[in-house]
Write a protein that binds this ligand. Structure first.
Ligand code: HEM
Ligand code: HEM
Ligand SMILES: [Fe+2]
Length: 442
């Protein structure tokens, strides 16, 4: 760690880690409702509530992770201390309080109802204030030194886009088609636009530090990737406009442009592998490198392949809103963003804690457990989805009859989820007990 204020990242990573644990517990509760026909929690914690808590916690802890990573990175990139650590701590507590209020609100039925943007209006206003505090602090830090690195530029562009796009999900519209039209500006333009920029910048920073390659090697590709992500991501929004009451031209528009979306992700894989091979120095933090390279590959399959597989209208008319969608949702979020935050944590935490050669054993067990069982969860959901498409969409069985044929796969999903969660708990334990390795060899 070069600057004292990079430590601000610490509480952000702590909360991200704890909420990750809570998120997957709610995943299990939600999954159990699929796996069993009886639901003792039906009137206390129904499916819709446990699901909304599961996916909201996901977004919230990922945001805490992005913020922590940014607070760690920006002082080092800007060669100066953070503009205001106090503001960063105030922002941390404000966001934490807002998050807890939202979750307790969901338990009491205080919800707006659109997936991922269920937060009631007043909570959304709070989130905007938090975002402004965060952006202000970051911008003032960068401007202190008047020099922008490419990595910083991409990161700040992504964070600004993240905040701006959120505004389109704030207001209630009478017409459901209009509402969904703009809802995708938040959901799609987040994960396939703004967040991709943030991920590319943070990943570029970590790879540069891990491998010690020259900055120009990292930055050269960043321009191409970012340009392509923006072009395919923005035009690709069309793949959500097939069946929501929008004009018919979206069918070919969405099909053509979203088909290119895997391209920039594929570039990222090549780029990361290329950097990983440029060993200027002996890499001591092998674990962070595993998360980084593993993450880009999982990102490609989860978003690029599983997303592409259902992006053409000819296919999407059968698979839309089935468990095939959920399989892609789990795979893409995990590969692209969960594994990115874990890369950041395993790269930054040892430095924040002042460890030279930390013990990586538990981290590797976590890596293999979570990656393997996430793949099992995704395959189980995909299989369930194929059964669902066949019985419900092709044979025309009603929803619940089709569900009864999917039971076996829900069982596989739940058991894989249980094993996945054990990996997450090992991670949480590892996070809080990271310490120096006894020997230099890990
Ligand atoms: C990291 C990037 C990505 C993430 C996190 C992600 C996540 C998601 C999620 C959560 C949904 C479900 C939304 C809902 O209906 O509630 C979804 C839907 C969808 N995604 Fe992605 N996605 C990513 C990238 C992609 C890419 C690159 C493609 C295409 C090449 C794609 C194609 C689709 C399509 C077509 C749907 C709609 C599925 C349906 O009709 O039910 N996604 N995505
Ligand atoms: C880091 C790990 C996880 C991530 C990133 C994740 C992400 C998601 C996302 C994005 C959705 C919304 C899907 C959509 O709208 O199509 C979702 C729903 C869901 N998740 Fe997870 N999840 C994780 C872990 C788990 C675990 C361990 C379980 C337990 C088995 C689980 C069970 C569920 C269930 C049952 C749903 C509802 C699916 C539906 O609406 O039909 N998740 N999760
Ligand atoms: Fe999308």
């Amino acid at each position: 760690m070069k600057y004292q204020t990079q430590k601000v990242a610490y509480p952000y990573f702590i909360l991200a880690t704890l909420l990750f644990g809570l998120q997957v517990i709610f995943g299990l509760i939600t999954g159990a409702k699929y796996a069993w026909n009886v639901d003792p929690l039906m009137h206390i914690l129904p499916f819709n509530v446990s699901r909304e808590i599961h996916i909201n916690l996901l977004v919230v802890w990922l945001l805490f992770g992005f913020m922590g990573g940014t607070y760690y990175m920006i002082p080092e990139e800007s060669d100066t201390e953070l503009y205001s650590p106090t503001l960063a701590y105030v922002q941390f507590w404000l966001f934490a309080i807002i998050g807890v209020t939202a979750i307790v609100g969901y338990l009491l039925g205080w919800s707006w109802g659109m997936p991922f943007t269920e937060q009631p209006f007043i909570i959304k206003v709070g989130i905007v204030i938090v975002a402004l505090m965060f952006l202000y602090n970051i911008l003032m830090t960068v401007l202190k030194n008047k020099k922008w690195t490419t990595i910083e530029g991409v990161l700040v562009a992504g964070l600004t886009a993240l905040a701006v796009m959120f505004l389109f999900g704030m207001f209630f519209m009478k017409n459901l088609s209009t509402q969904y039209f703009f809802w995708w500006w938040v959901i799609h333009l987040w994960v396939e636009g703004a967040w991709e920029l943030i991920a590319a910048a943070l990943m570029a920073f970590v790879m540069m530090k891990l491998t010690n390659v020259d900055r120009t090697v990292v930055e050269k590709w960043l321009y191409i990737e970012v340009g392509l992500v923006l072009f395919t991501g923005i035009t690709g929004t069309g793949h959500h406009y097939y069946w929501i009451g929008t004009p018919a031209y979206w069918l070919w528009f969405g099909a053509i442009f979203s088909a290119f979306e895997p391209l920039p992700i594929l570039f990222m894989v090549f780029d990361t592998l290329r950097m990983a091979r440029e060993k200027h120095l002996q890499i001591t933090n092998r674990l962070a490198m595993y998360w980084a390279v593993g993450g880009t590959i999982m990102h490609f399959f989860g978003a690029g392949v599983w997303g592409f597989a259902q992006t053409l209208p000819q296919i999407n008319k059968w698979t839309h809103g089935t468990q095939i969608t959920a399989a892609h949702g789990h795979f893409a979020f995990f590969g692209a963003y969960v594994m990115l935050i874990l890369t950041l944590v395993y790269f930054m935490m040892p430095q924040i804690k002042g460890l030279k050669n930390y013990n990586q054993t538990k981290g590797f067990v976590t890596f293999y457990t979570t990656v393997f069982f996430m793949l099992m969860m995704v395959l189980a959901l995909t299989a369930a989805g194929i059964v669902q498409v066949y019985f419900q969409r092709i044979l025309g069985f009603d929803y619940l009859t089709a569900q009864s044929y999917m039971h076996l796969w829900y069982g596989v999903f739940f058991v894989s989820g249980l094993c996945f969660v054990s990996g997450v708990f090992l991670y949480i334990y590892d996070f809080f007990t990271l310490k120096e390795a006894r020997s230099a060899i890990n």
